[in-house]
Design a protein around this ligand. Structure first.
Ligand SMILES: [Mg+2]
Length: 186
């Protein structure tokens, strides 16, 4: 049997790390409300602090984006597929972990195929189990709440987005390419 414990797992969050979901989310919001909000204007993790919207409607738009417009959701960066394949060929196991409602699960799988995103496992979280409880060595996430419980020797990498600019975290990146070149290659 191979010694799987020597293989490090890089866990990658899905929404707003792989898929730039909020680009289409704000577009749906604008259509509904006749507004002209952009992703860059969402400067708080809690969208309800930036826009006059209730949590139920936030999820409703989110689910609608994934069910009806998943093909419009762009990757967060160019050449994402190749970058992830290179990280895998450096010897890392790729885990994609995403908390969401079951109704959007099939669309996530389709998006990953459509964009040719490699992974060794795809984890869907339906309950409130914190991501820090899942087995990984490195987590890349845009949500501060998912990073705060990660302690050495595990590593939490903050994926920069407009809603986490005020969060003070030692490792912040703008792209997965940066993770590959500045963190995993050293
Ligand atoms: Mg996210």
């Amino acid at each position: 049997m191979s010694n799987s414990r020597s293989t490090k797992t890089v866990a990658i969050d899905f929404d707003s790390v792989l898929a730039d979901t909020m680009i289409v989310w704000t577009d749906e919001y604008n259509k509904k409300r006749h507004t002209n909000i952009t992703k860059n204007e969402i400067t708080a993790w809690d969208i309800g602090k930036t826009l006059p919207i209730w949590p139920d409607e936030i999820s409703e738009i989110f689910n609608k984006v994934w069910q009806n417009r998943w093909q419009n959701v762009p990757p967060t960066e160019p050449m994402q597929s190749q970058t992830i394949k290179r990280i895998h060929s450096m010897g890392y196991r790729i885990s994609i972990i995403t908390k969401r409602e079951r109704s959007t699960v099939t669309h996530v799988a389709k998006w990953l195929d459509y964009h040719d995103i490699y992974c060794d496992e795809l984890v869907f979280v339906y309950d409130n189990t914190p991501k820090a409880e899942y087995p990984f060595d490195i987590l890349i996430d845009d949500a501060p709440v998912n990073l705060i419980d990660i302690v050495f020797p595990r590593v939490g990498i903050l994926f920069s987005q407009p809603w986490n600019r005020d969060f003070n975290w030692p490792i912040r990146v703008n792209t997965l390419k940066e993770v590959e070149e500045k963190i995993l290659s050293t």
